[in-house]
Design a protein around this ligand. Structure first.
Ligand code: BES
Ligand code: MN
Ligand code: ZN
Length: 498
């Protein structure tokens, strides 16, 4: 689907469907008629309101075929529901506009942006979010179904403005939004693939494919032998019970001066988490194919970087393993030595994410990153704490945490910060090694982050626990592509600050 912007007259422009959003101009009462239509349409809207066909709830809509006074074949009228929209309600509105459009038998649509106002946001922001949301809705998860797939007929969406002022910037925002959506959809696709297809080797091949698309992207894959030489005893202990070879995937994107220190993104890539010898219970275990969504988000971000040529350097590091029980699997009570030299008593083989991430974080130091962010479906406790609404954020740096919070609010892909206090870190005490890999029943998301913090040197670091946000369960089961929108927004800001 192509998404663009144009300055045009809503009355005379030919389109399969014109979309109008009823007024949410900040000082107006709700359901005001848009400002750029003529009296015929205004009368029509008035009647629809009087008859109760248009309601004040956000996203409620009505389609009118062959409307008088317009060149459009259909008029789709939406209620914005509120006097002034905020970011979250705009995202809700754009999502309902998108799903309505995709359900119609139309090839193109024209959405009037002129009458949508969001406190403190420019038209470029609206255009970027609209393009991203519509692009994401173009995704279908049934790639392995043999039945014929329904491809939406909608091919082109134009955001309409009344004047050409800022048009170039708005068009650019559409391109940006679409390329973020492409990254989100790659991440979702990889997340939705089953564990028997999406193995560590599969992820490595995907990374190589991305690198082949751009001269400024390099990819390196470390095999188990190389990881043994590097002393990654913690990561290798997780892969001991499986037949699938572990891979350490390193992607580098050079968008700035080669010497500029990069942002490092480290993504948990457990392609299936059975729990290992501390085996998980059977119910819902299939969802542990999603335990590589941190890795998938790093690959999604690289897809966006390749499309957008952002002016910064990024290194993506993906420790990819499968966590299985087996004759040679690690056992509770085993002690391993991490690449950092610190020893770890493994009290639960199901707390494997931190065991692979710690060696990946140590390895990431080689790239001397100015910022390090790890992304992981790390704890069930995070799902209990924040549900599917926000990812947990833990950081040793207030400025970095704040930038991530801002990027979260702007993209709608929000985070909520939790503390990293010393009291929690104490829960990791082991009688036999430098630390245990679990911190007891309480504060599981925080103790997991405290474990990772022990492998961070002095630099700015943030940990995103995406266990609740990376996929949905139930009837809508599927990967969400989060936190690609959050990280994209963060990196765009970083690139413009340099
Ligand atoms: N991949 C899981 C975390 C997870 C669980 C994500 C449920 C989403 C839904 C992780 O490897 C894990 O098993 N964590 C354990 C840690 C515990 C043993 C300290 C958990 O959260 O139960
Ligand atoms: Mn686990
Ligand atoms: Zn896991």
């Amino acid at each position: 689907m192509q998404l663009t912007a144009a300055a045009c007259d809503l009355l005379t422009k030919k389109t399969d469907c014109l979309v109008l959003v009823l007024g949410n101009q900040q000082d107006d009462p709700p359901l005001q008629s848009p400002k750029h239509i003529d009296t015929t349409i205004e009368d029509l809207i008035k009647k629809l309101k009087e008859s109760g066909d248009i309601k004040e709830t956000i996203g409620s809509s009505i389609v009118i075929n062959n409307p008088d006074g317009l060149q459009a074949k259909r008029l789709l009228i939406f209620s914005s529901g509120e006097k002034s929209l905020n970011e979250q309600s705009f995202i809700k509105l754009a999502t309902s506009v998108g799903s309505k459009l995709i359900g119609l038998p139309i090839k193109d649509a024209l959405i009037s942006l002129e009458d949508i106002a969001i406190c403190g946001r420019e038209k470029t922001w609206e255009a970027q979010q609209f393009s991203r949301i519509l692009g994401e809705q173009n995704y279908s998860s049934g790639s392995l179904k043999t039945s014929i797939k329904k491809i939406p007929s909608l091919k082109k969406v134009t955001l309409a403005l009344s004047s050409a002022v800022d048009l170039q910037k708005i068009k650019q925002a559409c391109i940006l939004g679409s390329s973020i959506a492409k990254g989100v959809n790659l991440s979702r696709y990889l997340g939705d693939l089953p564990g028997n297809i999406c193995t560590p080797s599969y992820l490595a091949t995907e990374a190589e494919k991305l690198a082949a698309q751009h001269p400024q992207v390099a990819c390196k894959i470390l095999n188990e032998k190389e990881m043994t030489t590097l002393g990654m005893g913690s990561l290798l202990s997780v892969t001991a019970g499986t037949q699938q070879p572990a891979k350490m995937i390193i992607l580098q994107y050079f968008g700035a001066n080669k010497k500029d220190s990069p942002v490092a993104l480290v993504g948990k890539g457990v392609t299936f988490d059975s729990g290992g010898i501390s085996l998980k219970s059977g119910a819902g275990m299939d969802e542990m194919k999603y335990d590589m969504c941190g890795a998938a988000s790093v690959l999604g971000i690289f897809s966006m970087l390749i499309d957008m040529n952002l002016r910064l350097n990024v290194v993506g590091i993906i420790p990819a393993v499968e966590n299985m029980p087996g004759g040679s699997a690690i056992k509770p009570g085993d002690i391993v030595t991490s690449m950092s030299g610190q020893t770890i008593e493994i009290l639960n083989t199901d707390a494997e994410g931190r065991l692979i991430l710690c060696d990946a974080l140590t390895y990431a130091n080689r790239y001397k990153p100015k910022i390090m962010i790890d992304i992981a479906t790390l704890t069930g406790a995070c799902v209990m704490t924040l549900g599917g609404h926000a990812s947990a954020l833990l950081s040793n740096n207030d400025a970095l945490a704040e930038s991530l919070e801002i990027a979260g609010n702007s993209s709608g892909d929000r985070v909520w910060r939790l503390p990293l206090w010393g009291e929690y870190d104490k829960q990791l005490k082991s009688n036999f090694a430098d630390m245990a890999n679990i911190g007891g029943r309480t504060a599981g998301t925080i103790t997991a982050a405290c474990f990772l913090a022990r492998f961070i040197k002095n630099g700015a670091w943030a940990h995103l626990d995406i266990a609740g946000t990376a996929w949905k369960s139930g009837a809508d089961k599927g990967s969400t592509g989060r936190p690609v929108p959050l990280l994209a927004e963060f990196l765009i800001k970083e690139a413009s600050n340099d």
